[in-house]
Write a protein that binds this ligand. Structure first.
Ligand SMILES: [Zn+2]
Length: 344
């Protein structure tokens, strides 16, 4: 079968690899009908050292179950399923507590012996705990929005939950990529009255406004902090959704939070320390977040997608086949596309 392999920064290839197959009795094999390229895939695309074996890519997908192992009880052949970016057993203490990304059996697609989702098919470990059957056919019109449940919509929602967004509150979203845009949807959905999106790409901030952002701040650094203060009566915002992961964005996030406020971090940190320690300490600001437990959010978010209350699939502004994936990486890196959908 065909799959996406990254060999070095800027070197993404479509390769013939061994077919996905059941290796454990708890596995399923899924034929991928929709996948996508993630903002987090762009970090290795910018910096990966050359590897002879390469890195299998992709961690977001919807597909049709083709085969299941002998211990799989709830997932059946023919089910249309969405997968979260991490697999989990669904039975351990952390899964029961709603944190499947800390599952004792957690693994991330494309690693731990699994192939990535930018491929014709995928082996899914712990199918019962990982996969979520969808009540639609494989070509349903809602596919783009359903696909965002795999990562970006659940991740934006996680940022809003950790940042304690609530009714009537002020929120700011740092970053105007697909996760930031979904963060705007999430903040509005949880009742924020003012939503400031911080980004400088006109097409993205325009979409943010359609999703419910009330203000756009294109400035960076100290100027951005000043601008947010002006927009919030000098106080800052109750909730900050940090959707980038760079030192500068984290410093800004901690500096625009209102005393007593909270920052939800979901941008994969490109550093080992948390910047903004001083403003966070003196403002009594809670800083939390991490890999979003998107599997635990399907039950809450799916009805809003199915009933049209949210439309996060609008973050996809380009659709390609598997052979177009290398160019899709280039287009997202050069900000020609917000998020690229793949139809293998
Ligand atoms: Zn678990």
């Amino acid at each position: 079968m065909k799959a996406t392999v990254m060999y070095a920064a800027g070197d993404v290839q479509i390769q013939d690899v061994p077919d996905a197959a059941i290796t454990e009795p708890t596995d399923a094999v899924v034929r991928v009908t929709r996948a996508c390229i993630c903002g987090s895939d762009l970090w290795p695309y910018a910096s990966m050292e050359r590897s002879e074996s390469g890195q299998s890519m992709g961690h977001e997908a919807i597909g049709v179950v083709e085969d299941v192992g002998s211990d799989v009880a709830t997932i059946k052949r023919g089910d249309v399923v969405v997968m979260p970016f991490a697999f989990s057993d669904g039975t351990c203490a952390f899964c029961h507590e709603g944190l499947p990304t800390a599952c004792v059996h957690v693994g991330f697609f494309g690693n731990n012996g699994t192939n990535g989702a930018q491929a014709e098919a995928l082996r899914v470990p712990f199918a019962d705990g990982t996969l979520y059957p969808l009540p639609v056919g494989e070509d349903d019109a809602l596919m783009p929005s359903l696909l965002t449940l795999s990562d970006v919509m659940g991740t934006g929602h996680h940022a809003a939950v950790v940042a304690k967004v609530g009714s009537g509150m002020r929120a700011a979203v740092v970053g105007d990529g697909a996760v930031g845009l979904c963060g705007v949807i999430a903040a509005k959905r949880l009742g924020a009255e003012q939503i400031i999106v911080m980004g400088r790409h006109a097409d993205r901030t325009a979409l943010a406004r359609e999703f419910g952002a009330t203000d756009v701040v294109a400035e960076r650094g100290e100027e951005a902090v000043e601008r947010v203060r002006e927009l919030t009566g000098g106080e800052g915002v109750h909730s900050v959704l940090e959707c980038v992961g760079l030192d500068a964005s984290m410093e800004t996030a901690a500096s625009i939070a209102r005393p007593g406020g909270a920052v939800g971090r979901v941008g994969v940190p490109q550093h080992t320390e948390i910047p903004g320690s001083l403003p966070a300490f003196f403002g009594n600001i809670t800083i939390g977040g991490g890999p979003a437990p998107v599997r635990a959010y399907f039950d809450e978010l799916l009805p809003d997608v199915m009933e049209g209350r949210i439309d996060p699939g609008r973050v996809f502004d380009s659709t390609i086949g598997l052979d177009g994936v290398p160019d899709g990486y280039r287009a997202m890196t050069e900000r020609e596309a917000i998020k690229v959908m793949v139809r293998p």
